[in-house]
Design a protein around this ligand. Structure first.
Ligand SMILES: Nc1ncnc2c1ncn2[C@@H]1O[C@H](COP(=O)(O)OP(=O)(O)O)[C@@H](O)[C@H]1O
Ligand SMILES: [Mg+2]
Length: 325
């Protein structure tokens, strides 16, 4: 996902939201596509899964993104002994009032970085997935709404499977996007070293010059605008055809569901709008297909043994399904 030049009109919330990329770049070298993905998540009210090895600036990026939007952010490390109440909050006894009061868990924030989500057992994973969907925590029957916006950014290490609990497809489906956080190329890594050599301190984002450049109001206006993005029937048909093609691919044992198709539609609209268009083109759909569908399909074991990847299959699907013109 790479974006062309942004819009220019001052009243356009896109201008403010485009500034986010430059602001995050004051702390993070590269990883532009991840910033765009997080923005799509916020615009679509969809959560984001980040897959990457440790040390590629996932945490730094989310912190800088939160600072540039002036949003509250919390990081929660998912460990084998984490309990559902450690995520959502729990009732605690208050001896003075001789009553139970609710102590909010870390989900009561705008951006929750759920680190290494597959290191925690299914029960605690489910607690998080439930609040992701419902955007509220129910304790003793009384619902408590989460702040707005609320975005979960969960991380997963692609190389570590020992002692982990992989999320089942039904739960992965709740993430709008799955983004791969790549290792930097040589020039980018040089840039990281230069910044550190010159005194960049990842703990001090304000010192690095990261300032709030967009507001919750810009986000809300952006969300409204995305809702007005047009999609002609031919493009809707293209999205359906792509998803249907994943269901008959000989390399896949599980294709994208209709929920996956609706996710692809939503992400395409947000992408089109961020890119400066008021309607979705087939190229907008193509641009987000991998990140929207890669976690919603499953390779056949034979294909996996042959070393085929899900992204290769999705590229093949994009190459074979006729593009409407
Ligand atoms: N692309 C990058 N830009 C700037 N700093 C980076 C980058 N990649 C790694 N670093 C440095 O390495 C650290 C990686 O830490 P962190 O954000 O915790 O990574 P992760 O969460 O992916 O494990 C950063 O704090 C920063 O010092
Ligand atoms: Mg981290």
């Amino acid at each position: 996902m790479t974006l062309a030049a942004g819009p220019t009109a001052d009243t356009d919330p896109r201008v403010a939201l485009h500034r986010l990329r430059a602001e995050v770049a004051k702390a993070v070298v590269g990883q532009d596509a991840i910033v765009t993905g997080l923005l799509i998540g916020l615009l679509c009210r969809g959560h984001v899964l980040l897959e990457g090895v440790p040390g590629v600036a996932k945490t730094l990026l989310v912190r800088a993104f939160a600072a540039a939007l002036d949003l509250d952010m919390k990081r929660l490390q998912f460990t084998p002994d984490l309990m559902p109440g450690d995520v959502t909050g729990s009732l605690v006894y208050d001896p003075r009032g001789a009553a139970f009061t609710f102590r909010q868990g870390p989900v009561f924030t705008n951006l929750l970085l759920a680190d290494e989500i597959n290191r925690t057992p299914p029960k605690t994973q489910s607690a998080l997935l439930e609040v992701m969907e419902e955007r509220q925590v129910s304790v003793e029957g009384s619902p408590r709404a989460l702040p707005e916006p609320f975005l979960v950014i969960a991380t997963q290490n692609p190389v570590e499977y020992e002692g982990t609990y992989p999320l089942p497809e039904a739960q992965l489906d709740r993430f709008l996007l799955k983004l791969a956080v790549p290792l930097p190329n040589r020039d980018e890594e040089l840039g990281v070293l230069r910044a550190h050599h010159q005194g960049f301190n990842p703990r001090d984002l304000a010192g690095a010059g990261v300032r709030p450049v967009a507001t919750a109001a810009d986000l809300a206006a952006g969300r409204d605008a995305v809702g007005r993005v047009g999609v002609v029937d031919m493009v809707l048909g293209y999205i359906v055809d792509l998803c249907r093609a994943t269901r008959v691919s000989p390399s896949l044992e599980l294709g994208a569901s209709p929920r996956g198709a609706t996710a692809l539609l939503a992400a395409s609209k947000a992408w089109a709008w961020i890119s400066g268009r008021e309607y979705v083109t087939p190229d907008d759909v193509k641009a987000v297909t991998r990140s929207t569908l890669r976690h919603r399909v499953r390779l056949r074991p034979e294909a996996e043994l042959e070393g085929v990847t899900v992204d290769q299959i999705l590229d093949a699907v994009l190459g074979t399904v006729p593009t409407p013109r």
